[in-house]
Design a protein around this ligand. Structure first.
Ligand SMILES: [Zn+2]
Length: 320
């Protein structure tokens, strides 16, 4: 199956869990959405009507402990990044994400449960070409000692993450990943949220991370990993940062053609780089992918027909 066309889910599929910060039970249901819809959160269970929020960078209202989306009436969806990573990572373009509480369930701290839900729902192609945001020039942001950059890249979407913790058990790690669905499923989607015991204890006393436990967070103290089951990968922390990047940068609204690098980064840095990219109209353009011909077509304001360059067909499962 070629996915140079847009995709959505064939059916609905639900997962139930708790929010990592609120500790409250929540059910999340993924479902189909029309061509060009992108990812739309639908918050149910409120007094009055359901509220929708588009998963785009403009709707980000906080990035302190997680990525929070909302509108002028306040926050609507917290911890949006892992389910968004699963959708983008698995090659879904358009989907609704219905939740009956304020926070996406943390599940096991990775994207595995959302990948399973996508598998259960099934992916179908839609009668429209997939569109991409192609990065045309490097954009970088420095925040304190963290550094993020997105740059042109000829082959799909690449993420390079470096972390450097004073905690000796985590230490320095680097992980680079060229986005494709099978790689995402195997190498990145299962990497769990992590934290330091001191930080978790501090968050608990401040009323945060109330749902955090060894069931959904990899926890380190200064000497060792505290989870008895061990790590899923030796560099699970760096891989989880890659997962977060894929989710946070899905807020571009379209898949990216470019390479993103972060050093000591997090949600705040990811959001800052994406916002800086989108704000510079000379730094990107929208293109349509045509996997079979290995060309791209510029569309929208910059539409000049088929572009001669051999921009590789993109992110995407043109694996069969
Ligand atoms: Zn995360």
């Amino acid at each position: 199956m070629k996915f140079s066309r847009q995709t959505t889910l064939r059916a609905q599929a639900s997962v139930a869990g708790v929010g990592v910060h609120s500790g409250l039970p929540v059910t999340l249901t993924l479902g189909p959405a029309p061509v060009d819809a992108g990812f739309i959160f639908v918050r149910t269970g409120l007094e009055g009507s359901d509220r929708e929020v588009q998963a785009t960078a403009e709707q980000v209202i906080a990035t302190d402990f997680a990525t929070v989306l909302g509108d002028r009436n306040g926050p609507l969806v917290s911890t949006a990044e892992h389910v968004l990573a699963a959708l983008r990572g698995m090659g879904v373009d358009n989907a609704t994400i219905e939740i009956d509480g304020p926070e996406v369930p943390i599940m096991d701290g990775s994207a595995a449960a959302f990948i399973a839900a996508i598998d259960q729902a099934g992916i179908v192609t839609q009668p429209a070409q997939r569109r991409f945001i192609q990065v045309l020039k490097p954009i970088s942001v420095k925040i304190g000692d963290s550094f993020g950059e997105i740059r042109p890249h000829t082959n799909g979407f690449r993420v390079e993450v470096e972390i450097d913790f004073t905690n000796p058990v985590i230490g320095q790690q680097a992980y680079a990943f060229d986005l494709n669905p099978e790689g995402f499923r195997r190498e990145v989607g299962r990497a769990r949220t992590f934290g330091l015991m001191n930080d978790v204890a501090r968050l608990w006393s401040a009323g945060y991370a109330l749902g955090a436990s060894f069931d959904n967070t990899v926890v380190f103290d200064d000497e060792r990993l505290l989870n008895t089951e061990g790590l899923r990968y030796a560099d699970e922390c760096a891989r989880h940062k890659v997962l977060d990047v894929i989710g946070d940068l899905s807020l571009a609204g379209l898949p990216l053609l470019g390479a993103y690098r972060s050093v000591r980064g997090g949600h705040k840095l990811n959001h800052a780089v994406l916002t800086a990219l989108l704000a510079d109209r000379t730094a990107w353009r929208v293109v349509e992918g045509e996997a079979a011909r290995r060309t791209t077509r510029a569309v929208g304001e910059v539409g000049r027909g088929i572009v001669g360059g051999r921009v590789a067909a993109a992110f995407g499962p043109d694996v069969s």
